[in-house]
Design a protein around this ligand. Structure first.
Ligand code: GLC
Length: 622
């Protein structure tokens, strides 16, 4: 099946046209040109007239010379297959009418070409007006790209690769299926009623969980989920190499740059598992014995006793979306928000059986302590900032106000000006004598989605985003963290990382994928108009810029220095945002409501228990 698609979006008076020829759903040649709306008709004709598209690729990539056009034109479209020895052969033909009326561009209708001579079929898709084109074609294009990124294992779809950049000769591990990157793809597929790929992904990654993993001579914990995996073709065992089979090869960080542990993978896996059940109504998957064991293994690994004094999860630098040295070791907010949500989701989908109940009790206590800790100690607004500014230090007592011995001098000058009168946010990290005041978007957004933040705090975070729109959304949503580390801070904290220079990549870069998390948070708080504004901003550039992985500069004006193109989670993030805005109820599978949290968390209980011997009957002082 040959498929010819013409996709459009406009910018100012310029209409950008992509002509794409595909063979059996596989991406083929893409031609991209910007022409005046007026010239569009002529250039389309020119393009169609060159019906030997496949035969003369190189010619077509040369500059077009769109000329002024008449208002309406009918022509006969004919597509030919590859030139055979006895000349080009026609594979389909169709009469097409194109018209330009003012700013509107219209095509006759969707045209299905029928096969001639038993060869391939082709179809041409058009849209009705420039405005309709703007929305529909962008989403259509995104769907095409998303589907083109699907990875198959033994014939079944199991995930999407991180980036599908044809211009990139050094793919590194971007040709793998990343667990965290697949989440927006999975949500897009679920929202579109395509659950198979998500089910396969959940089951195959589960198998990888018990894979033997070693970094030199050390074995990381059993519940660990890989950061990514790829499909590898290997000779069958015992064969002479003539027969091959496919295997899934995971990376638990043993091969990753910096050998970073993917703490977030297992947490996302549980969150997605719950979403799959809610979206499809197929709860049999989560009830399977192996899946239940998988949930327990992830949660047990997180709940293992440590030396730590806090209920937050203690992790190394680079253990989540920011998978490089960025000074986020300790108790980074992103991990805490995902941890909290995974505990909640796990609690909801775990079957209550014998050994389950102890774990449930442990989860409940942790949820209570964790939410108290984050809501109380991570939250800052103008009032709290002023309180910290007046902190006394070196307080030795159980009743200390400045419990973490924070030196007021840590309040950076940027923050004094940046904190709006209304609103606030959860800080990036908290450790003894250290508050990381940077605003980390994913952590804040997921704290809203999961109800780790209270309702007031969640509204406050969105108020802050609105008040600091230029810094956090700017030319491309969404800033990964604000502000960037510069000068000496950049030197010391990143180790002079040339990829994480100020306002680039993880260090203050802008990541389109974060759009879907922002949209989900806005929908939960009943403020979808905020997300719509951001989505509209992103829609102006994403396709034109070839769906980059990230943008650079303080306001996100440039495509990132080393950004990949056709980054799948940028594409899926945009799609999910659009779909959720059209159908906000779809967000339910991702959200945990405040009321649910309150129900079991016994929020009226004071988590500052009296010190005493630990025992089952130890009272919680109310
Ligand atoms: C980069 C990002 C990471 C992402 C990966 C694949 O390493 O930092 O979050 O998962 O690329 O896209």
């Amino acid at each position: 099946m040959l498929e010819l698609r013409q996709l459009y979006h406009t910018e100012g008076g310029t209409c950008c046209s992509h002509l794409e020829l595909r063979n059996s759903g596989r991406p083929g040649l893409t031609l991209q040109k910007s022409v005046e709306v007026k010239g569009l008709l002529q250039s389309s004709l020119q393009c169609f007239r060159d019906n030997g598209y496949l035969q003369r690729r190189t010619k077509l990539s040369k500059d077009w010379n769109p000329r002024r056009t008449t208002d309406r034109k009918a022509f006969h479209l004919c597509i030919r297959s590859k030139k055979s020895s006895n000349g080009a052969s026609s594979v389909g033909s169709q009469d097409v009418i194109l018209g330009v009326e003012g700013d509107h561009y219209s095509a006759g209708h969707d045209i299905q070409g029928s096969a001639t001579g038993g060869r391939a079929k082709f179809s041409v898709h058009h849209v009705k007006t420039v405005n309709a084109k703007l929305n529909r074609s962008l989403e259509e294009e995104a769907w095409d790209l998303l589907r083109a990124s699907i990875v198959k294992y033994c014939g079944s779809p199991v995930g999407t690769i991180a980036a599908n950049d044809p211009t990139d000769s050094n793919a590194l591990n971007y040709d793998q299926v990343f667990i965290r990157d697949f989440i927006p793809s999975a949500v897009a597929f679920l929202l579109n009623g395509e659950a198979e790929i998500v089910r396969n992904f959940l089951l195959h990654t589960l198998q990888l969980q018990s894979w033997e993993k070693t970094v030199d001579c050390y074995d990381p914990g059993q519940g660990l989920m890989p950061a990514s995996f790829k499909v590898r073709v290997v000779p069958c065992e015992g064969s002479d190499g003539s027969s091959t089979e496919e295997i899934l090869e995971p990376d638990f960080g043993e091969a990753a740059i910096g050998r970073v542990a993917p703490v977030d993978s297992g947490l996302w896996w549980i969150i997605l598992l719950r979403a799959y059940g809610l979206s499809t109504g197929d709860f049999s998957l989560q009830e399977r014995v192996d899946v239940q064991t998988g949930i327990r293994m992830v949660l047990k690994l997180c709940l293992t006793d440590e030396f730590d004094m806090f209920p937050t999860l203690l992790v190394t630098d680079g253990s989540c979306m920011i998978d490089r040295r960025m000074g986020i070791h300790g108790h980074p907010l992103e991990i805490q928000a995902l941890f909290f949500h995974a505990l909640l989701c796990g609690r909801e989908i775990m079957l209550r059986e014998d050994s389950g109940s102890d774990l449930i009790r442990e989860i409940d206590l942790r949820l209570l302590a964790l939410s108290f800790h984050i809501r109380e100690y991570y939250w800052i607004d103008l009032r709290k900032l002023n309180e910290i500014y007046r902190y006394k230090t070196e307080e030795y007592s159980f009743d200390a106000i400045n419990k973490f011995n924070i030196y007021p001098d840590q309040i950076s000058p940027w923050l004094v000006h940046w904190m709006p009168d209304q609103g606030g946010y959860l800080i990036g990290n908290l450790q003894p004598a250290h508050m990381d005041f940077r605003f980390f978007s994913l952590g804040n957004l997921w704290s809203i989605v999961s109800s780790l933040a209270t309702k007031e705090q969640s509204d406050g975070i969105l108020d802050l985003i609105e008040a600091r729109w230029c810094d956090l959304i700017g030319n491309m949503p969404f800033k990964i963290c604000f502000p960037a580390l510069e000068g000496e801070d950049w030197s010391i904290i990143t180790g002079r990382d040339p990829k994480n220079t100020p306002w680039s990549y993880h260090n203050g870069g802008s990541w389109p994928t974060l759009l879907w998390q922002f949209t989900t948070a806005c929908i939960k708080m009943g403020r979808p108009e905020l997300a719509s504004k951001a989505v509209e901003e992103a829609g102006k550039r994403l396709s034109k810029d070839r769906w980059p992985e990230y943008y650079d500069t303080r306001t996100g004006r440039f495509i990132g220095k080393q950004a990949r193109f056709y980054q799948t989670w940028s594409i899926a993030g945009y799609l999910v945002s659009k779909m959720l805005l059209e159908n906000p109820a779809g967000a339910k599978m991702l959200i945990s409501e405040q009321a649910d949290v309150v129900n079991f968390c016994l929020l009226e209980a004071n988590p500052g228990r009296k010190r005493g011997r630990k025992g089952k009957s130890a009272p919680i002082i109310v």
